[in-house]
Every structure is written in C-alpha cells, then in structure tokens.
Design a protein around this ligand. Sequence first.
Ligand SMILES: [Ca+2]
Ligand SMILES: [Ca+2]
Ligand SMILES: [Ca+2]
Ligand SMILES: [Ca+2]
Length: 468
Amino acid sequence: MKFWFSVGVAVAFGIGGFAVGPSALAAEATAAEATVRFATFNASLNRNALGNLLEDLTAGAANSAAVDYRKRYAGSSDIAGLSEQQRRVLQIHNVAEIIQRIDPAVLLVNEFDFDDNGVAGSSSVAKPYTYSSKAAQLLQDNFLDVAHGGGTTGRSETAPVHYPYRYTPPTNTGIGSGLDFDNNGSIGGTGDAFGFGVFPGQYGFTIYSKYPIKSVRSFQNFLWKDMPGNLLTNDPTTTAAGNLANFFSADEINALRLPSKNHVDVLIDINGTEVHFLAAHPTPPIATGPEARNAKHNHDEIRFWSDYISGGATAAYIYDDQGGRGGLDPGAIFVIAGDYNADPNDGDSYEFSIRPLLANPAVNTLTTPASEGGIGAATDPDNNGAANAKHVGDPRYDTADFSDAGPGNLRVDYVLPSANVNIKDSGVFWPAAAAPERPLVGEFNQPDLFSGLPSSDHKAVYVDVVIP
Ligand SMILES: [Ca+2]
Ligand SMILES: [Ca+2]
Ligand SMILES: [Ca+2]
Ligand SMILES: [Ca+2]
C-alpha cells in the first residue's frame, strides 16, 4: 500500500469527502478514501494570569456585539482606543479567522490554558477522551462558530467551522513539584513546576476534530528516568557541571516527569479507519547553566514519540496514565502534531533533537509544509537583528517569527503523518507581505498588540493526508 498513489494522481472532493481512484488504478483503488486536513497551531492563547483565558473567551461574544472585531482588524491602526482585554479578545478573533481559513478537520491548538469544567488550573489526574475544557467550548461557540473577515478588512468573509468532537488533556505546566528543581534554594515558582508555567494549566493544549474521537492514551505522569538511555541519568556530558545527573538530587530524578505539558495519543475514527493523532509540546531549549536541562528535556520529549511509533521492543518501556503499556502496532496510521521547539538545522536544540524523529522510517517526510511569508520575513529590512542570515534552513519552511536578535525565525511546528499514507498537499499559513490575509499574522514585535503580534509568533501548519 505504501505510496501506491502518487501525489497529484489521488483525487478527492474537499475535506472529509470521498474519492475513488482513476480506473487505471482501480485494482488498488477499490475502497473509498478521504483527504483529511490535519493542522497544528501554537496560537498563543495562553494568558498571563489564571482565569484570563476564560474571561476573554466569555467576553468575545459581548465585545463582538459592541464593536465588531470580527470584521475589523486590518492593522495596528485599528486597535486605537481598545482596552487591554479587548486587545486580547481581538487576538482570539484573529486566531479564529486563521483556523477558519485553513479549515482543518483535525486541529491541535498549542498554548491554550487548561481549566477543569470552568475552574482555571490543572491537575495530574487524567481526563476521559470525551473531556473538553470550558475554554475549548467557548472558543468554538463564541469564535469558531461565527464568520470573520469581510467588512472593511479587505479579506473575504470566512465560513464558521464546527468541531463536534474535542479533547482537552490536563497539563504539567505550572503544577508544583514540592522540590527544588531549579536549585535556587527555595521551593515554588515556575522553575520548580513539572513544566514551565506561571500558574497550573498555563500553556496547555486542546484538540478539535470533525471526526469521532474513540479513545485516548495520555502520558502526563510518565517519569523521565523510565525512558531507557534518557539524558537525565545517562547524560554523556563528561564535565561534572554539565552532566544532568549531578544537577538533580535523587528525589528529583525520581519525580521529574517527561512531558512538560502532556503527550497524548488521540484515536480518531475517520470513516472506519483509525488514525492516531499524537500531540505534544516539548519544552523550549531555554539556556540555563552548563547542564542545559531544558535542551536535554526537549530532546527526550521528542524522542518519546520516535520510540512510540517504532513500537515493539523499542516502545516496551512506555506506560500511560490509563494503565496501558507499549507503543503503536506495526502498520498503524498516525499523525504527529505540535510545536516541538526544535528546528532541524538552526536554533538551540540539543544535537538537533528533531532530526531522529524526521529520520524515523515510519514518518512520511516526502513533503515539507512551506509558505511565501516565511521567505520574505527572513530578510525583512525592519527585522530587529540578523539571525536569519546565519541560518542553514530554507526560510520557506520556517513556522515561527521569533526575534531576529536571536534565535531568528525557525521551523518548530510539525504535522508529520505516518509513512503508510500519502500527503496530497500542505502549507504554512504565513501569507506574503502583500496578501490581504497578511494582517492576521502581521510582523514581529507590534507592541500595541497582545503577544506582540496580531495572532501568534507561530504560524499554523497543515497537511492534507489521504486516508485509505
Ligand atoms: Ca535540586
Ligand atoms: Ca526552586
Ligand atoms: Ca523574526
Ligand atoms: Ca530560519
């Protein structure tokens, strides 16, 4: 079955539609197939204070009635007179419009604060596969269910996009460990949480699907030390100060969790075919001391999926929050999604931590999502530095508009289908500077805007996968 339909030969009729292969390939194309768009979007919907996201999402409907932000935003001049919260609400509308323009069938939203049925905050207790946070529901009801664009924006009006199925996993971010992980002599604060976060639940993630979700495996409580050959207890660094085993105490090593947020395997039923949607958001490789604990943590969080999709003995060490063990079965169809905070060629990741996953033979890397906007952004004369000029990677593949004083724009957001399915199309939503949709992604560092950009520093990435 592998690659028996070349890209360009496969035909399909819209997202979720069916297609039958041309008669020349009828012998193999007897079954219906669907082209399904999977997307990942680090939408910067995290907020600075506990509960703000719920407040902003609730305010969305009222603000739209008073001043119709849905048909408003075309540039920074359009935010004059808006309150701080109205600017945050405007950002959510811009995010919603981007999602509507992409119209993915399955979507991961990274950086989305977790709440427990409307109570902001996270815990270490797994949720059933049917769980949607209140915030995830409000984004649907007050933003995704209403059209955007049109009016004075210069953009076409979008259609609402509706997801009957949602899953919001709890996240380790901001949950206190009770230990001094960061060795600053006191216990508490972001440095001692299981994942970086100012409050429990900050920087979580949530998943939307047009297709039924059948079940979930989550790995929130998987301990870092339980990965064979992990960098926590098997760090090859030869200097004492650089070796992680000397940085953490024995108690800390026994408590550190591998997922900085969560790793989840969401089983989706696409017209009878099971697809494993693998979502995560490994910690950024923020520089610390010589031990480089964030970069090594990022490395092993990414390695987890590479082991998981390899299955068999390679994945035998893995246990989930539900009591299951092991990885994927041979031949399973999967799509890995998320912000992995690692570029294959540039940036500060530990030994280019994404490369082994991209090189895993189970992953289809025949097509790399690209954009016009990324090319132009790399050489924009208004950039605040020259980091992009030192990059090895082609800027068309960049997915994040970071500071050009360093690290520059990077490819960090991925949608990676399994090698046993074909990719029909793909892209990064980063319109060219002259495109009418460009104001939705804007330019780096617009200080009048919440998060410094109209939507997010990261751009949405999508891949159209032919599901047999
Ligand atoms: Ca310590
Ligand atoms: Ca501490
Ligand atoms: Ca930049
Ligand atoms: Ca780059």
